[in-house]
Design a binder for this molecule. Structure first.
Ligand code: ZN
Length: 149
């Protein structure tokens, strides 16, 4: 393990143990349930919009360490962003964990780069992307339910 791996591991564990923006969001504009049958992860994402800005986002549910940490980090990364910027971040995150992102791009992703290691484990990629699928669906109004399958 390199020092960077240790740091990433610590970031993930911290988000798993103390998820940020966890809980119900009263007055949510859109809510989406996400399910990853392969692992059993279930997430509920709720967002409140102000104009074209993602004013508030919270999540609930239960899942493995990767899916929970990813959801926690996702909420922190996108809260307050314009919807277009949040969707673009979702694209860049996807590229990171699918392994088709240029190495420099990881730096722009800040803490989210800690999840880049899942690209070596295809099953884990679904855990890491579940929250982002749900976010996309909530922001584009594509439906109230997403599944990684
Ligand atoms: Zn999982």
């Amino acid at each position: 393990m390199s020092d960077l791996d240790d740091l990433y591991q610590e970031i993930l564990l911290d988000h798993y143990r103390r998820p940020r923006n966890f809980g119900a969001l009263p007055g949510a504009d859109r809510e989406v349930d996400g399910h990853n049958p392969l692992c059993g992860d279930r997430l509920h994402i709720a967002v409140r919009l102000e104009g074209d800005r993602l004013a508030e986002i919270r999540f609930e549910g239960s899942g493995c360490a990767i899916s929970t940490a990813s959801a926690s980090m996702m909420t922190e990364a996108v809260r307050g962003l314009p919807v277009a910027a949040a969707l673009s971040l979702a694209d860049r995150f996807r590229a990171l964990v699918m392994g088709d992102s240029p190495p420099a791009a990881a730096e722009e992703l800040g803490e989210l780069a800690a999840l880049g290691g899942v690209r070596a484990f295809p099953m884990r990629v679904k855990c890491a992307t579940l929250a982002w699928h749900a976010l996309r669906s909530a922001l584009t109004g594509d439906g109230a339910r997403v599944s990684t399958e």
